[in-house]
Design a protein around this ligand. Structure first.
Ligand code: NAP
Ligand code: MG
Length: 497
């Protein structure tokens, strides 16, 4: 373990240090509201220390934000020409890139993700989202439709939905904000964003940068707060046209029901329990290294983490030894310390939840191969852990644990592994490791997963659709499909007779 206490003073640089130490209210119509009313403590999970306080935005604040977004949609943003919108979004991308070092510190501090990873992964992905979607406003062409009615001119236009309620999780705060804002704005909508109460700072700073980039006030509003208060007020607001949610299956089901009742558009990016399948004919060193990386990257708190490692029995020991070696080499420490390669879990409650899974394992034939213990100190650390051989029905196999707990399951053949890999609620991602190209295609196509990585893992790009099957949700992020969910089609019939 490396240094922990007083991270703000010793490990942060200005102006991030001052921004993090400030109590924050909502960002509405281009300015901050005073952080009055109820607040939640902003906690550094590497130390357990309180950094500052964040507003638990109430119904009135949310209403103000939604009305501001509706006014911008009817007004300045709605009236901008496509080329103007592109220019503004490119400036937004440039500003996010220019402020990367600052923004990375917020997500590292509040979420406990090693800052070097936030810089290397989250920030470039966020910038890429803005750049990719910035190019779209001038390409949203409609169509002219040949119909059998004489003297009719029929055409279809693609129009935005209106006010989008964007609700994001804590694991990729800035990146998830970008994944929602970039396509929603490119399609011409305005947004009210509710970040997770654990990680509000980068979203708030992003809203300031939006104004600096030239987005009209009200186009991007941020209402920090809890799901129960702020989130609920936002998604149930009658002027919200669409809910764009990324988070857990349980909350996704609740929002789906709410959207159904209110007849709002909704897209859901939910959890995963992702089978990463290593065949004996794979490049074992490469497969094992990637398996370990994806298992423990950000302490396993990633929706597409390869959290279920399925290994052909003849190479099980070899793969497990390599994963154990990787785990031993991880440097646990404060997320803002540049030598850290594994930080804490994002909150105390979340660590408790992860630990409860470890209690169930021995009853179903599994054993903890390594790890499983807390790391002493104030932060919410848990050792990198592997569980080998639990029954397929064990909750450690069926549930998304969302922690540094890798479940390892031996298998004997393609026909053995496929039904087991597909036998779960989720269908977000999967990995396949083999040097047999026919097997690679055959297995990939039979896997019920929205993304399959072959001889690689966790690649992501703004141009490549990403989103789950089954209980992992619906409505893709990225690529043209990422825009479709923020657009509707209007058909116009005109008589020429
Ligand atoms: P979560 O508990 O579902 O929360 C997600 C967001 O929903 C938070 O901002 C939360 O607020 C808010 N929320 C909770 N109840 C709400 C309500 N009644 N109305 C409106 N909003 C409400 O998820 P999390 O623990 O933050 O994140 C982890 C989950 O996200 C995992 O399941 C992970 O797999 C998933 N995830 C999926 C993807 C993907 O692309 N498929 C990507 C990243 C993460 P508060 O938490 O602030 O109270
Ligand atoms: Mg939560």
């Amino acid at each position: 373990m490396t240094a922990t206490a007083g991270a703000l003073d010793t490990l942060m640089t200005s102006p991030a240090r001052e921004f993090a130490a400030t109590d924050h209210g909502a960002f509405v119509s281009g300015e901050y509201l005073a952080p009055g009313g109820d607040t939640v403590a902003d906690i550094d999970p590497s130390t357990g220390e309180v950094i500052g306080r964040i507003a638990d935005s109430d119904v009135e604040t949310v209403d103000r934000a939604v009305r501001s977004a509706a006014a911008a949609f009817q007004g300045e943003w709605g009236g901008m020409l496509p080329g103007q919108r592109e220019a503004v979004l490119h400036r937004f991308a440039d500003l996010v890139e220019a402020h990367s070092a600052e923004l990375a510190q917020y997500d590292a501090l509040e979420g406990g993700k090693p800052v070097s990873y936030v810089e290397a992964v989250d920030l470039p992905l966020a910038v890429e989202q803005f750049r990719y979607y910035a190019g779209w406003p001038t390409k949203l062409v409609g169509s002219v439709i040949p119909v059998d009615t004489p003297d009719s001119h029929v055409y279809a236009r693609r129009t935005p939905l209106g006010v989008v309620a964007a609700v994001t999780p804590w694991n990729f705060p800035l990146c998830q904000a970008a994944i929602k804002l970039a396509p929603a704005l490119a399609a011409g909508n305005t947004v009210v964003l509710k970040p997770s109460e654990l990680t509000s700072l980068s979203a708030l700073r992003l809203a300031e940068l939006a104004i600096e980039a030239g987005l009209p006030p009200g186009t991007v509003n941020v209402v920090p707060g809890t799901g129960a208060t702020t989130g609920q007020a936002l998604i149930s607001h009658p002027a919200v046209a669409k809910i764009s949610f990324t988070g857990s299956e349980a909350v996704g089901r609740h929002l789906g029901a709410e959207a159904g009742r209110a007849l709002k558009h909704i897209s859901l990016e939910l959890g995963g329990k992702n089978p990463n399948i290593v065949f004996a004919d794979a490049d074992i060193a490469k497969a094992a290294a990637a398996a370990a990386t994806t298992a423990y990257f950000y302490s396993g708190q990633v929706c597409f983490s390869g959290s279920r490692l399925m290994v052909e029995r003849s190479v099980l020991d070899q793969v497990l030894d390599a994963v154990r070696e990787h785990a031993r080499g991880l440097v646990l420490g404060h997320s803002l310390d540049r030598s850290t390669t594994m930080g804490p879990l994002a909150s105390e409650a979340h660590r408790d939840k992860v630990e409860r899974y470890l209690d169930t394992v021995s009853g179903t034939g599994g054993e903890v191969a390594f790890g499983g213990n807390r790391v002493p100190g104030g932060g919410f650390f848990l050792e990198p852990t592997a569980i080998v051989g639990p029954a397929d029905s064990d909750p450690v196999v069926t549930d998304e644990i969302f922690g540094p707990v890798l479940v390892v399951q031996p298998f004997d053949s393609v026909e053995d592994v496929l039904p087991r890999a597909n036998d779960g609620r989720y269908g977000l991602t999967a990995g396949v490791w083999t040097t047999d190209v026919r097997k690679a295609h055959a297995v990939s196509q039979r896997l019920q997963a929205g993304t399959v990585w072959v001889n690689t893992y966790a690649d992501y790009n703004a141009a490549a659709p990403f989103g789950g099957f089954k209980s992992s949700g619906f409505g893709k992020d990225c690529g043209p499909e990422g825009l479709d969910k923020y657009l509707q089609t209007q058909t116009i019939w005109m008589s020429l007779s």
